[in-house]
Design a protein around this ligand. Structure first.
Ligand code: UDX
Ligand code: UDX
Length: 464
């Protein structure tokens, strides 16, 4: 039987949960403290760019199964299942900031009026669901009113979130009561019908599955990035290395794409939170710590590569840290989002690149199909361009930082005519290096030691 559900917090994950659960046939009310966001959603517009989400939003608003409100109390009172989807950003010390979650738990405590299943979808440190259970139990809600707490971590990739919501590899549900389990089976009946595997487990196990999964994927990326750096030094082609590694079923080809380092709202914060959790329990997570450090270095390395390219083009000597080849140059950065098909710039490698360029005294021109508005809140002082070619016009060098499809088919002959110097750093290996070299570009990518360009020897010039 379909359920009445309140989705508390309508950021990225909350919006997907609200539209997805309504599409499964449940009646959903999305709650957010931000009135403007609620008005936008009720008007059938998505506040974020995510392919497909607006279509699901409109369809479910039209069906009457979905609405949005700022009145959390009323939504909680009228729903049997409460999904917690507020943000849990990273604090300075690496721990997750649970302020928003605490506020929501407080609102639930004050409004609980009948049996509820409280489902945590936000990524929370191991032990948080147990804490929610104890906090609501202690809060003096109406005596005799019962509730259960369930952990149901999300595994949505931005840019592919609708697909991931409707066709997940698995659904993990930490649930310790048969009453709540029956209700969760109803909530996710649509997934059960298409044979999505369900993992039923304890609260702490579900919480750890989420962190371990993200930390493993982040580690896989850092691993291949370091192999890519080594490939540059030894003259190997990391494309072929990764492809052949991925043919081994035990390794799998997924998440073996090398590049400028991982970003986004999850990998950086979840790896940091897992390491913090390990420290708290005196179980050092050395592999994850190293993956984080390697990722940080990988982002820095992109700037080092650019410095080397520019100094070569301007026939300076091998750069030293006292001589800054980027000073006074105009650099075009194509791609600001942390990956393609999103307007999200959280922890995007482009942030590090632009910050470094500005510190070096370069002028920066940028383009991104979706993320310029978000980026301009952090860097209002740089030049935002309507097309990639506007950004390239007069630039001494270009950095491709996000793998948007439109950059894959960049018109290199046109770029070669409008740029002031022909220098390209392709951090996502999107372009054809042979074409770039034939057009006279000084080109560098990641992990391509064997493409025959002079920069294949640069890795030995990058000191760490
Ligand atoms: C969240 C979690 O941070 C992350 O751990 C999880 O893995 C994915 O979901 P996200 O949805 O991207 O990330 O968060 P964000 O975009 O910050 O959205 C949070 C929403 O909650 C915002 O719309 C905010 O206005 C809302 N909110 C916040 C509330 O409705 N109530 C509050 O008290 C605080
Ligand atoms: C991630 C997880 O994949 C998802 O399951 C989770 O719950 C939320 O966090 P997301 O951050 O949206 O999703 O994107 P993802 O596609 O995983 O990419 C994360 C970062 O890793 C991006 O910066 C991306 O460019 C980078 N990445 C990904 C690589 O550098 N190489 C790869 O092979 C894959």
């Amino acid at each position: 039987m379909a359920k009445n559900i309140a989705v508390l917090g309508n950021g990225y994950v909350g919006l997907l949960a609200a539209v997805g659960l309504a599409d499964f046939g449940n009646t959903c009310v999305g709650v957010d403290v931000n009135q403007q966001k609620i008005d936008t959603l009720n008007a059938g517009k998505s506040p974020i760019y995510e392919p497909g989400v607006e279509e699901y939003l409109r369809r479910n608003l039209d069906s009457g199964r979905l609405r949005f409100t700022t009145d959390g109390g009323a939504a909680i009172r009228s729903s049997q299942v409460l999904f917690i989807t507020v943000g849990t950003p990273q604090q300075e010390d690496g721990n997750a900031d649970l302020t928003y979650l605490e506020q929501v738990v407080n609102t639930i405590s004050q409004n609980i009026n009948s049996y509820k299943v409280i489902v945590t979808k936000s990524t929370v440190p191991v032990g948080t669901n147990r804490w929610i259970q104890e906090t609501i139990a202690k809060s003096g809600h109406i005596p005799g009113v019962d509730f259960d707490v369930v952990s149901n971590p999300e595994f949505l990739r931005e840019g592919r979130a609708t697909q991931d919501f409707f066709h997940p590899d698995r659904t993990v549900i930490g649930c310790e009561s048969s009453r709540a389990r029956t209700i969760m089976e109803d909530v996710y009946r649509a997934l059960n019908l298409i044979s999505v595997p369900f993992v039923w487990c304890g609260l702490e196990t579900a919480e750890l599955i989420k962190y371990a999964s993200n930390a493993f994927l982040a580690t896989k990326i850092s691993f291949i990035n370091e192999v890519a750096n080594l490939a540059e030094a030894v003259g190997a082609d990391v494309h072929q290395v990764a492809r052949a590694m991925g043919m081994d079923g035990r390794i799998s080809p997924k998440f073996l794409h090398f590049g400028p380092g991982y970003g986004g709202s999850c990998f950086p914060k979840d790896t940091a939170a897992l390491v913090q959790l390990g420290n708290k329990h005196r179980i050092p997570l050395r592999v994850v710590s190293s993956a984080m450090e390697a990722n940080h270095k990988q982002k820095e390395r992109m700037l080092d590569k650019l410095e080397i390219l520019v100094s070569r083009a301007f026939t300076l000597h091998t750069p030293t840290y006292s001589c800054n080849p980027l000073e006074g140059k105009t650099i075009a950065v194509l791609g600001l989002a942390f990956k393609q098909e999103t307007d999200d710039i959280r922890e995007s490698p482009a942030l590090e690149i632009v910050k470094g360029l500005l510190v070096s005294g370069a002028a920066v021109k940028v383009h991104d199909p979706k993320a310029m508005e978000n980026f301009s809140r952090i860097f209002p002082q740089i030049t935002y361009c309507a097309t990639p070619y506007d950004a390239l016009e007069g630039a001494h060098a270009a950095v491709l930082a996000t793998e948007w499809n439109e950059y894959r088919s960049l018109d290199l002959p046109r770029a070669s005519q409008i740029m002031s110097r022909k220098i390209i750093l392709d951090t996502r290996n999107m372009l054809n290096p042979t074409e770039a070299l034939e057009l006279g570009f000084l080109y560098d990518g990641v992990g391509r030691g064997s493409v025959g360009n002079p920069i294949s020897q640069t890795s030995s010039a990058i000191h760490h």
